[in-house]
Write a protein that binds this ligand. Structure first.
Ligand SMILES: CC(C)(COP(=O)(O)OP(=O)(O)OC[C@H]1O[C@@H](n2cnc3c(N)ncnc32)[C@H](O)[C@@H]1OP(=O)(O)O)[C@@H](O)C(=O)NCCC(=O)NCCS
Length: 218
């Protein structure tokens, strides 16, 4: 994560930013709203999620193409407290993915601002592999994208996925993200620099796609 601006900077920017930003009012910085789907609930991380996150997100298949996660329960607890501080500062959001029948998080969606108004943002996500291909990702991702566009006020959401990450790229494509380019040698993993695909979703495309117009041509 890059260095985040100080609270004072954010306050100033809120006053001087575009009218679009000023029109968005929400107290998500005080605590994330719970987002409910048919088979999944998204909520703020809790310290009690740490053991489950350690079990789900530190396996070889999950970590292959992402920044290395913490390696201990205590490390995840520190991460969880950090997510709360970042959310309170208004620069970052982290949702826990809790499928029906579970109490604890089995995955995460992280969104961070790329500009001081959160107009552009970057997201990343990971799910425990027992839940891959279950439909949980697509359902949770739609809830997160709706939240980011409608409540946070973002208009452009970026994601980066290593070219070799078949599931990561497949998941983004399925959501309707657009491939804008290749970021050469932009991710260092396991002693190698990997090329990544830059994927984007714009709020206007997202809302149009929800109305079903224009129809998709395959
Ligand atoms: C990324 C992640 C959250 C997606 O969740 P998921 O449940 O695996 O995603 P889905 O199954 O809904 O979608 C993946 C799609 O990619 C497709 N896919 C799988 N392997 C593929 C490959 N090698 N090439 C192309 N597409 C592939 C799948 O078939 C699926 O599409 P379908 O539903 O039309 O069959 C999950 O795989 C994960 O946590 N991966 C590890 C962390 C990670 O890489 N995060 C992404 C960083 S960008």
């Amino acid at each position: 994560m890059e260095k985040m601006p100080y609270r004072e900077e954010l306050d100033t920017q809120t006053v001087t930013a575009s009218s679009r930003w000023q029109a968005v009012t929400s107290d998500w910085r005080a605590g994330l709203p719970v987002l409910c789907g048919k088979n999944v609930v998204l909520r703020e991380l809790r310290l009690s999620d740490a053991p489950s996150l350690l079990a789900m997100l530190t396996t070889e298949e999950v970590t292959r193409f992402i920044s290395p996660p913490p390696t201990t329960v205590e490390g995840f607890e520190r991460f969880i407290l950090w997510t709360h501080r970042q959310r309170a500062s208004g620069s970052y959001v982290c949702y826990a993915v809790v499928p029906d029948g579970c109490n604890d998080a089995v995955g995460l969606f992280q969104v961070r601002q790329l500009d001081p108004t959160f107009g552009t943002a970057e997201w990343g996500f990971a799910l425990g592999s027992p839940f891959w291909g279950s439909g949980i990702f697509a359902e949770a991702a739609r809830l997160v994208v709706n939240f980011v566009f409608d409540t946070v006020g973002t208009h452009r959401l970026e994601a980066r996925a290593a070219i070799a990450n078949g599931r990561g790229n497949g998941a983004l494509k399925k959501l309707g993200a657009v491939q804008e380019g290749i970021l050469r040698k932009s991710l260092f993993r396991h002693g190698l620099y990997l090329d990544q695909v830059l994927w984007t979703i714009l709020d206007e495309d997202w809302h149009l796609a929800k109305t079903g117009w224009p129809p998709r041509i395959h």
